[in-house]
Design a protein around this ligand. Structure first.
Ligand SMILES: [Zn+2]
Ligand SMILES: [Zn+2]
Length: 399
């Protein structure tokens, strides 16, 4: 498939067609692996009862996790219970557990790149049936009634009812907050789970639930044309997917990294050029050259210098979230080219489903390393030291 076909080959209509599901709705088939104490689990046995869960939690803001057993809410009529197979590690997990974005309630289980198999469905669920492959990303609920929610932009809920996957107040959670995916199961409203097609592995699908949609949504919104010059700054978990997505959509991609050791990897992703930015002067030759740029850099950096590589009146999107959510930037630096600076969070549920199908259909896979639960703390250190290549995926059978 050439780039033109790739760019045009997946329409919203295909997406809708692919995601029409047939589900009887009320089945529950023997999730014995979840309830070893309940060998004869059946519908009556489980419905209405809290779900036992185990995983790894932060107990304080030290940035270290340890095993924890807890309970989730019962499976409600609109809920699905997912037996988690893999959950991957996002830099946001670390930021939030360390309190970088504000004080947290502990214990708290991070993780918002979650995939597994549906083990139970509530009586009114039609989107899934038991045995389906499913994923959960950055949010688990919203008002479902406002314009944003109705139009698949649940993360922009106008009533402020978006519930993010971990650490958010949640009345019906036994712990009082949402608890994330570094665990063996999750209960989630069916709307906020997406289908994982058979032609992508669970391990490869997991990072798409945050890193994939967080970069896909602004890239699609940028509406660049085939052959346009697109820059990606910060080539980690998010950035390497941004590169692969932009390349697959036909862009001429320029990757900006501070890690010389990543150059060969990045070249293999199909970029036009890799620029090692060991000092800001490396950006100067590109001033005003690019049509669009996305930055995944999750720490303070020289925004205006990076934005200056975009053509005057072009767009620059920041998706990395630094400590305190704060970035400082040189006003005169930005004014020098009138580049439009915007920031982007994640993407809505329909678009999350779309990126998963797009990646599965076009063979766009994250570069991953599968780890066991007891390697999470080491993996977090490596993420912080820019040593991740490029996403750690936790095997949930090791919790
Ligand atoms: Zn994330
Ligand atoms: Zn809403």
């Amino acid at each position: 498939m050439d780039n033109q076909q790739k760019a045009n080959g997946f329409s919203r209509r295909d997406f809708l067609k692919n995601t029409v599901t047939a589900g009887a709705g009320t089945l529950l088939v023997n999730p014995m692996n979840l309830f070893s104490q309940d060998v004869n689990t059946n519908n009556q046995h489980i419905m209405g009862k809290n779900i036992k869960s185990k995983g790894y939690a932060a107990k304080d803001n030290s940035g270290k996790l340890s095993p924890w057993e807890f309970e989730r809410r019962p499976v409600g009529e609109h809920d699905v219970l997912i037996d988690i197979k893999f959950a991957s590690i996002c830099h946001s997990d670390i930021h939030q557990m360390k309190g970088d974005w504000g004080p947290q309630q502990y214990p708290q289980v991070p993780g918002h790149e979650i995939v597994g198999i549906v083990a139970a469905v509530g009586s009114k669920v039609t989107k899934f049936k038991v045995g389906d492959r499913a994923g959960v990303g950055c949010m688990v609920d919203s008002c479902m009634e406002c314009d944003s929610c109705k139009h698949g932009e649940e993360h922009y809920c106008e009533n402020g009812k978006t519930v993010f996957t971990y650490g958010y107040p949640m009345k019906d959670s036994p712990t009082g907050i949402s608890q994330g995916g570094y665990s063996n199961n999750i209960v989630v409203r069916d709307h906020f789970a997406v289908h994982i097609p058979e032609h992508i592995s669970f391990e490869q699908a997991a990072p798409l639930l945050c890193a994939g949609i967080t970069t896909y949504s602004p890239l699609m919104n940028a509406n660049f044309k085939i052959g346009d010059k697109v820059g990606v700054a910060g080539i980690g978990g998010l950035g390497h997917l941004a590169v692969k997505l932009a390349v697959s959509k036909g862009a001429e991609v320029y990757a900006f990294t501070t890690s010389p050791s990543k150059v060969n990897d990045i070249k293999s992703f199909g970029v036009k050029e890799v620029i090692v930015v060991d000092n800001p002067s490396k950006l100067a030759p590109f001033k005003g050259q690019l049509d669009y740029m996305i930055s995944t850099i999750p720490v303070q950096f020289d925004v205006a210098s990076y934005a200056s590589v975009v053509k005057p009146n072009g767009f620059f999107t920041q998706v990395g979230m630094p400590v305190g959510f704060q970035l400082t930037l040189s006003n005169i630096g930005l004014a020098g080219s009138r580049v439009n600076f915007n920031a982007s969070l994640i993407g809505g549920i329909p678009e999350t489903q779309e990126v998963i199908h797009y990646c599965a259909d076009n063979g766009i896979y994250p570069v991953i390393e599968v780890i066991k639960a007891n390697q999470i703390n080491d993996a977090w250190d490596k993420v912080l030291n820019n040593e991740a290549r490029y996403r750690y995926v936790i095997d949930a059978s090791t919790f």
